[in-house]
Each structure stands twice: as C-alpha cells, then as structure tokens.
Design a binder for this molecule. Structure first.
Ligand SMILES: [Zn+2]
Length: 474
C-alpha cells in the first residue's frame, strides 16, 4: 500500500512539474506577443475601438502561438522521435532532419517541426507527427474549410469569401469555396443528410413530454421553382471569359426543386425534423421517401403521421405506397383558391362573390364537403369561364373529398395548411438559390440544396467531416 501511494505521489509530482513547465512556456510565448503588440498600441488616450482594432489585427499570432506551444509541449516524444517501423516491410527507419510545415487553422497559422522517415526499400516517406495530429494534406485545415463552407451555403460565393476573410483573417477565394462545397456535397443522398433514428426519436420525445396524445408528425411534399441553366451553357473552350457576352446561346429556365419535409407540431411551434429538396423527378422523390421509411427513421408508432399537400396526383401516389396509414390532408388554403376562382368567375367583383366564397369556405372548414359539392353542382354558370371554374373546383374537391375532413383534423390537432412545407421551400431553396443574376446548373443546385438540407437537419458538420475524410483516404 505504502509503495503504491508513493508511486502515485511521484506521478503527481511529475504531472505537476509538466504543468508548471507548460505554463512557463506559455508565459514566455505571451511575453513575446506583448513585445509584438506594444509598438502597435495606439497612443493614450485611446478609444476602445482603437485598442480592439489593434488586438484584432494581432490576435492570431497569440492564439496560434498558444496552440503551437501546447502542441510542442505535449508531443515532445513525437518531436524527438528517432525511429519508426516501415508500415510495409517493418524495417526500422531512422529519423531524417525535421521538416517544418505551416498549417492554417481558425486560430491562425501554426508551424510544426516534424521528423521525416523514409524507407529506401519501399520508397515510402512518412511524417508520423502529422498522423498523430490528424493533419490533412494541404495547408488549410478542416476547421477553416468547414467554417468557410458554412458561410458559402448561406451567401453568394463572392460575398462569403469576402466576409470570411474579414472575420477569420484567412483568405479563401470564391472559386475555392465553390470547389469546397461541391466536393463536400458530392453524391449526398437523403440518408446522408438525415438525422439519425435516435436523434429523431429524441425530438419526438421532447415534443411528446407531458402530453396526452402522441404528437403530430407532418409530412409536407411540394415543389419550389429555382433558377436553372442548361448543361449546354457550359463553356467548352478555354478563355471562356472572352465569350461571356454570348449569353444568347442558352436560355435560363425555372425548374422545380421537388422535396419533402417532416416536422413536428408543438402547439403553435414547428419542430424541424428532416428536409430533402432536389431538382429531381417525381420518381426520385418517391424513392427518397422509401429510403427514409426503410431506414426506420420515422418512429411511426410514437407519432400520429399526417401528410399534407395540394392535389398533385404524383404526391398522393407515393404517400399511398410509402405511408399508407398516414392521415391525409388536402391543403385547405389550396382549396380556398379554387373556391375563390369560382366566386370571381361566377359573380365578378360583386359583394355576392365575397359572400359566397366565405359561406362556402366556412362549410368546408366545418367538414361539410358534401354540401359544398352539392352547392357547386346546383350552380347555374353565368359564363363559360364560370362553368370551367366550377367544374375544376368540383373535380378537385370530389377527387380529394376523403382528405377534407377539416373539422376532424382540427379536433385531432392536425394542420390544415402546408405552411411548414412552404417555409422549407423558402429557407432551404429560395434563400440561397434565388439571387439576382444566379442561374444554377442542376448538379450545382442539387449539391447546394443537399448541404442546406444537412444544415437545417443538424447534420452539416458530420456530413462535411465525412466527405473530407473520404477525400483524404482516397
Ligand atoms: Zn519499407
């Protein structure tokens, strides 16, 4: 016992000495920084802004210096490493002179002195210290790229590059940002950007806490138009800038980014769960939904699943196949558009148009779709337009009458409108893609959308880190 206690005490002493030594080194580093700072300090009396500006300009020298000192101190063994076994032939290699390397991190440029090992038989060189520190190839490290990409998925590349330089002190040109985000998003599917089953279950549990009924999980499916340019617009020759004026060779177009969003209703609040938007076919949307279902991401037994959308046929087809037990709701506000069209065509701008529309909408709201359909049937069209509007409205309501029990829906706490989906269209698709002068190639818009979905799904960091890991492994 006594012996063990002594050993521990000795370890404590060693640890404490180590700590003292590190602190000493850090103090020395700080002193050097003060020497650097002093000549730049504004003359007294200085304003806070002046002092702040001076420190801001020199901050990275301090933070990077602290990091460098800690690394040197805690990795003395790697720094002094004399030998290493070749990974291939297992021969013992002796250290060659250290090679300095500077890496760019969010806290500034850090210089690392690392010994080099080379196997003459396998023709392989290695820096084990780089491996221990988890350094990436290239000067700029993961934290920098991740922060820059995070900015680039919110703002146009030019602006993101400028702002990032200003805020971080590290310059990354807009082309680089472009490449960076595209690489990170390459080949992402819905399951890559979706939160895990456990995370979703946790969000459900939070909303369910203290409630009598299972929470309503809404699935909205819809399309959003995004500005696109055809593949044929790509310049095939070098020196494309010279041909920039020949814009007439391609025509911009608006294409539909189709997608879906799962979200929980928590009183008036929406709790986001999962969004997936892409410029894609209806079939792809169905396929993505099926993947989500088969991955078991949606805890159907602990929620009341509800699908809400407008009347588009393809949507209901997929819903029926993937989530046949979900409660299906036809967007009430979409219905009201049909009714308003009827009112306008039938009664023009007269007061009776407003009265009819309000009365009919109230009936619909109360779940009396049968009465509404009967009323439409009995209407005597006042014009061809009115006849068309009435027929369209009748067909729409009749086809979806099983999805219009708005009274029951309201009592069950189900939504009547697909506002949650519309806002997903807006904050994921439109906010970034609809910028003046921006027309996106399909592949680029989809990569941007995938990263933005990841961001709102809470998986951006893991998606980014994984893509970078794959890149370095390749
Ligand atoms: Zn070897």
């Amino acid at each position: 016992m006594g012996y063990a206690a002594e050993v521990i005490a000795l370890d404590d002493v060693r640890a404490s000495r180590q700590r003292q030594a590190l602190r000493q080194h850090l103090h020395e580093r700080f002193d050097r920084w003060l020497d650097e700072l002093e000549p730049h300090l504004p003359e007294a009396p200085a304003t806070l802004a002046q002092v702040s500006e001076t420190i801001w300009a020199l901050r990275q020298s301090l933070t990077a210096g602290v990091a460098q000192t800690i690394i040197e101190h805690t990795h003395q063994d790697e720094h002094r490493r004399q030998d290493l076994r070749c990974a291939t032939c297992e021969r013992l290699l002796t250290a060659r002179p250290v090679v300095p390397r500077t890496v760019e991190t969010l806290i500034g440029p850090i210089e690392i002195q690392r010994p080099y090992f080379y196997c003459r038989y396998c023709h392989q060189g290695r820096y084990p210290f780089d491996e221990v520190l988890g350094l990436r190839a290239g000067r700029v490290q993961l934290d920098v790229e991740q922060a820059a990409a995070e900015l680039a998925i919110e703002l146009p590349y030019e602006t993101a590059s400028t702002l990032f330089g200003r805020l971080s002190g590290i310059s990354i040109c807009s082309e680089r940002l472009h490449t960076l985000t595209n690489q990170a998003a390459e080949g992402l599917s819905v399951l890559d950007v979706a939160p895990s089953r456990d995370e979703i279950a946790q969000r459900v549990a939070e909303v369910a806490a203290g409630r009598f009924r299972r929470p309503v999980l809404v699935l909205g499916i819809d399309g959003a138009y995004v500005p696109s340019r055809p593949e044929s617009a790509r310049g095939r020759r070098p020196g494309q800038a010279r041909y920039r004026a020949r814009r007439a060779r391609w025509c911009h177009e608006w294409r539909e980014a189709k997608g879906f969003r799962f979200y929980l209703l928590d009183g008036d609040r929406i709790v986001h769960v999962l969004s997936w938007h892409q410029v894609q076919t209806e079939h792809d949307v169905g396929e993505a939904l099926r993947q989500v279902k088969e991955a078991g991401l949606i805890p159907e037994e602990s929620v009341r699943l509800c699908v809400i959308c407008d009347g588009a046929e393809w949507i209901w087809k997929h819903v029926q196949q993937v989530f046949p037990d979900a409660c299906q709701v036809l967007d009430y506000y979409h219905c009201s558009e049909y009714l308003h069209k009827v009112a306008k065509a039938q009664y023009g701008n007269a007061e009776s148009a407003r009265e009819w529309a309000e009365a009919t909408l109230t009936r619909l709201y109360l779940g009396k779709v049968g009465q509404v359909l009967g009323g439409l049937r009995r209407m005597q069209p006042t014009s061809d337009d009115a006849r068309k509007a009435i027929d369209n409205c009748w067909i729409h309501l009749h086809e979806h009458r099983g999805r219009t029990n708005y009274r029951t829906f309201r009592r069950g706490g189900y939504p009547l409108g697909s506002g949650g989906m519309e806002s997903s269209n807006k904050f994921i698709c439109h906010v970034r893609l609809k910028r003046s002068g921006a027309w996106w190639y399909e592949v680029n818009s989809n990569q941007m959308l995938a990263l933005r979905c990841a961001k709102y799904n809470g998986t951006f960091h893991q998606v980014f880190a994984r893509s970078q890991r794959e890149k370095s492994e390749a």
